[in-house]
Write a new protein. Structure first.
Lengths: 617, 385
């Protein structure tokens, strides 16, 4: 809103909105403010993309609503456009002011959203409301900073809301005994929960526990995003590099998640630590050794998710080490061995820059890999393949050995994809369809072209209207759906993990005599081609569901012939695929499928539902 | 399977005879040890309770008590009350008249039950505050129309016994006070104690838990966490209210005022009576915080488990151990055991054959299972509910 200038003789050019809104937040959480060695780095200013916000804050993506039913009151919404706040980069960090809490959740959640949008090159959408609400478009994620009195915070997929709790601290760690800990003031917790919501917006079937990895992936991925956002905090990064003398593998604040939360619930250290743990007996920190046995024994989602986090972090460390090796040699006359004492401030700066840019790369790689995941029943092994493929698309030649670092880190933790012949990065990449099928799949292209807006992706650009994007996507999804039900697609259906033949298992519901399918998403993914040009791929996700029964004999009966009505299912068994289509070069690049007819997967589901993972405490 | 012939329970020549009553979910063990004089055995009764909600609990417990009277000839030498939970002590209230007819030698219980111990007082008062708040939460849930949540919360709260209108665990406290009152005075035990069984040579008792100091983990969530679950009655109400609010009063906008405010109307409450009001409901969180109460209750219970009295009884000279752990969790007594007795603990898994053999040696009636464990030779087996 450019003000009318009082100077009317020759009005100055119209001012454009600034790119960012500066908002102050805690870099970690309030507990670090009370320790002299960390207080200086704990307050920071986030540069949040500028948008028009009304009181709340309520913007394009988020609405902060501060009701506190447990205390039977509400808190007045903050007005970020207040001119004093604009001049001061928002409110001062203050635990005792609920309006600062609103500002902080808004700023951190917006930063996380921005990271997603930058990595994926398109706008983020929240998952739509469920059937009872007519699948209505949900423009804004709701945030309740003070939703309950509990040492907990979560994303509620039904309400499309983040709920943050608050609770009195225990007597351990640096907390004020009996003082109140607000989960919404923990940078990590906010980033973590926002990631859950973003991930749900991309892959809504990932919320369904279908194997031991599925919930763990949600948790681990949310931790990865929170963790690597730490490395975008320059002050904290420099400080920790100075303290650890460049060795990020030693105990460092950056590798730890949710300090205050962890200490307040009675753990000695942070809630989660990617690098090590505090020995309960000696209270000393010790590095964690990768142990493939963990993958077998750890089933609880958070614990298992931490294996994924550790693997990604491990890969990050090897990349960082290889990137700074030359710097260390330069700084030490070729020996590469740092002398005793503090390291040179310029070197600290350079190391920090390397760490930050490595971390950014890893974060982008991890987020981009989401477009390369199968739409259902994801396992850690699948994600490894997605990571490697996504990175190959982003950086065609692996001259720095990043992909090898990733494969190595996963291998050391016993994470292998199923059905690959070797662990070379090339054989880990997803593959395209066989030539004949590829020809058939190409028929999809004109179908997509015919849908205006999609072929040009206007709607998905970072300035497009998000509701329009959703509507466009539905139009193109319908077009794809129609083509899939045509005769020619039948030939390739099995390749896509779908079952469309008349004799398909009757546990799949029919519509007009044809097995039902669902087109989840048709969305663009941008990447740089080998020649440096931006290429747009189209990501198409198709799924199918089938009634699953714990009793294999019953399953056979329902599969063999139509029974009306069918016996109530014990679980839903889903299959389908993600297609990546290169619109420029007119080819289907990857078909990432989970077969709906796979007996092996069905048996694994059965075993999983008979021995499900217990809920997290 | 054979019927017991004599009404009075006998002790084996060496070792112990253990009888486990079958009243449903709950604990009640009667042990008979041979004494020095070789006359009347020494009888030890460990707990007498049935879980709240057990069908016909009172009748069942009266039957158990009558059987105990008969078996002991009307005198219990050592009465052990492991903890103040309904499934451990309900019988002392439900069959109060019968127990009043029994002579009781000593009463053993955990130090955490000692009304004069300041640490024990602290533990208890914190738990009471939490319990009161949880009951208030259940009432509030009911008022909000969340019948199911309220019901499930109340059923979990049942482990703490029937609770009076003020949310005070009255029944269980009265019962416990009554039991302790028969001890004149009761013995308050902590890990490391080695109380003696009167007149018994062949068995040594080691107390494994509770540990001598308050457990490191807080027993109950600190008051502020749960204390103002609705209107909490009692003199401390005002104090708790101020203590538990997260922000200073001038930040708090009363709900009634917020309902009139355009921001909260548009984003949360809707406008009362207007058609849009209903459409806001799916994202509201009015009762979300109350559904956490069930989780809190379970946590309260599992934290309190470690205040229960855990005993091991060594049968000399074989060194075989009987373990009566009540609800104590392994990590709490295992270290204590090693430190205090130096006897390694074995808890072998029985093979199917061994189980058959074990069953053969048991006497099974409608009311109880009985097994004699000789000093040497036979297979000892820890008992845990």
């Amino acid at each position: 809103m450019p003000d009318a200038s009082p100077f009317r003789i020759q009005p100055p050019p119209r001012r454009r909105p600034p790119p960012f809104r500066n908002l102050r937040v805690y870099a970690f959480d309030p507990s670090l403010d009370w320790q002299t060695d960390t207080a200086a780095i704990n307050q920071m200013t986030l540069r949040v993309p500028w948008e028009d916000v009304t009181v709340g804050p309520v913007g394009e993506y988020l609405e902060v609503v501060d009701v506190d039913p447990a205390s039977d009151c509400c808190y007045a919404p903050v007005d970020l456009d207040d001119r004093y706040l604009l001049a001061e980069s928002g409110l001062d960090p203050d635990e005792g002011n609920p309006q600062f809490h609103q500002q902080m959740v808004y700023a951190v959640a917006m930063t996380t959203i921005r990271n997603f949008e930058r990595a994926l090159g398109r706008r983020s959408l929240w998952s739509q409301a469920d059937q009872s609400l007519g699948f209505q478009f949900v423009r804004r994620l709701r945030i309740y900073p003070h939703a309950m009195r509990e040492a907990n915070a979560y994303y509620d997929p039904n309400r499309k809301a983040l709920l943050f709790g608050y609770f009195p601290a225990g007597t351990e760690g640096h907390n004020l005994p009996g003082g109140i800990v607000f989960t919404c003031l923990s940078h990590d917790v906010v980033a973590h929960e926002t990631t859950h919501a973003l991930l749900d917006g991309l892959h809504r079937r990932f919320m369904e526990p279908t194997n031991v990895d599925s919930m763990a992936f949600h948790e681990g991925f949310a931790d990865i995003v929170a963790l690597f956002q730490h490395f975008s905090l320059p002050a904290a990064l420099r400080d920790q590099i100075r303290k650890t003398r460049g060795d990020l593998a030693s105990q460092s604040l950056l590798g730890q998640l949710a300090q205050q939360f962890g200490q307040a619930v009675g753990q000695y250290g942070a809630l989660r630590d990617a690098l090590g743990e505090v020995d309960p007996a000696t209270k000393k920190w010790r590095p964690k050794e990768p142990n493939p046995a963990d993958l077998v024994s750890l089933r609880e989602a958070h614990a298992r998710g931490s294996i994924l986090v550790a693997a990604v972090f491990d890969a990050f460390l090897s990349m960082y080490k290889s990137r700074i090796a030359d710097l260390l040699r330069i700084a030490t006359s070729g020996t590469g061995v740092l002398p005793q004492g503090d390291i040179q401030p310029d070197l600290v700066d350079r190391l920090a820059r390397e760490a930050a840019s490595t971390a950014r790369h890893v974060l982008i790689m991890c987020i981009r890999a989401l477009d390369y995941c199968p739409p259902v029943d994801l396992s850690f092994g699948d994600y490894l393949r997605a990571l490697v493929t996504a990175d190959r698309d982003l950086v065609p030649d692996d001259d720095r050995g990043y992909r090898i670092a990733i494969v190595e880190a996963f291998r050391r933790r016993g994470i292998y994809p199923q059905g690959v012949k070797s662990l070379s990065t090339e054989s880990l990449c997803w593959t395209g369809p066989p030539a004949a099928a590829a020809q058939t799949l190409l028929e999809l292209l004109p179908v997509i072209d015919s849908v205006r807006g999609i072929s040009r992706h206007h709607g998905w650009s970072l300035s497009g209207d998000r509701q329009k994007i959703r509507e466009d996507m539905e139009v193109s999804a319908r077009a794809v759906h129609q083509w899939l039900l045509s005769d020619s697609s039948r030939a390739v259906a099995r390749l896509m993990g779908l079952s469309l033949a008349p004799e398909a298992p009757f546990s799949i519901e029919r519509k007009d005599g044809v097995p039902k399918i669902e087109v989840h998403a048709v969305r663009p993914a941008r990447r740089h081609g080998p020649d440096g040009q931006t290429v747009t791929d189209l990501v198409i996700e198709v799924t199918q569901k089938r009634r699953g029964y714990l009793d294999p004999i019953l399953q056979d009966q329902v599969d063999q012939q139509p029974i009306d009505p069918p016996p109530e299912e014990d679980f839903w068994f889903r299959g389908g695929c993600t297609l990546l289509v290169d619109l420029e070069h007119r080819e289907v690049r990857y078909v990432i499928s989970k077969d709906i007819e796979s007996a092996e997967r069905l048996a694994a589901h059965r075993a999983f539902f008979q021995d499900p993972v217990e809920e997290a405490p | 399977m054979s019927k017991p012939t004599a009404p009075e329970m006998t002790a084996p020549a060496s070792g112990v005879k253990v009888r486990m009553y079958r009243q449903g979910q709950g604990d009640c063990f009667l042990l008979a040890f041979p004494t020095r004089q070789g006359e009347r055995p020494c009888y030890m009764l460990i707990d007498c309770g049935a879980l709240l909600g057990t069908e016909g609990a009172a009748a069942k417990m009266k039957k158990v008590a009558a059987s105990v009277t008969e078996a002991t000839g009307g005198k219990i030498d050592v009465l052990v009350a492991t903890r103040d939970h309904w499934d451990h002590v309900s019988g002392f209230q439900q069959a109060k008249e019968v127990f009043e007819g029994i002579e009781i030698g000593q009463v053993w219980t955990a130090w955490t039950e000692d009304p004069n111990d300041p640490a024990a007082q602290r533990l208890r008062s914190r738990r009471e505050i939490a319990l009161r708040a949880l009951h208030a939460a259940a009432q509030e849930l009911r008022q909000c129309g969340e019948e199911d949540s309220a019901g499930s919360l109340e059923s979990v709260l049942g482990i703490f016994g029937e609770i009076g209108k003020d949310g005070h665990p009255a029944a269980i406290q009265q019962t416990m006070a009554h039991v302790l009152g028969r001890g004149n005075p009761p013995r308050y035990l902590r890990s490391g104690d080695r109380p003696e069984l009167p007149g018994v040579d062949g068995a040594h008792v080691y107390v494994l838990g509770p540990p001598g100091v308050a457990p490191r983990r807080p027993l109950a969530p600190a008051p502020a966490a749960a204390a103002d679950g609705g209107s909490v009655p009692g003199p401390r109400e005002t104090e708790l209210k101020t203590l538990s609010f997260p922000f200073d009063p001038y930040f708090r906008v009363p709900v009634d005022a917020a309902r009139q405010d355009s921001f909260f109307q548009a984003s949360y409450f809707g406008i009362a009576g207007q058609p849009g009001e209903h459409e806001m409901a799916w994202r509201q969180i009015e009762t979300e915080w109350l559904t956490t109460a069930s989780r809190l209750t379970l946590q309260l219970d599992s934290n309190a488990n470690n205040t229960s009295l855990a005993l091991s009884i060594e049968l000399a000279p074989s060194g075989k151990m009987l373990l009566f752990a009540a609800d104590a969790q392994t990590d709490h007594w295992l270290t204590g055991h090693h430190a205090d007795s130096g006897v390694p603990l074995q808890s072998p898994r029985l093979s199917p054959e061994e189980w058959k053999d074990f069953e053969k040696r048991c006497t099974l009636t409608q009311d109880y299972v009985e097994l004699a464990i000789a000093g040497p030779a036979s297979q000892p087996r820890g008992k845990k509910k």
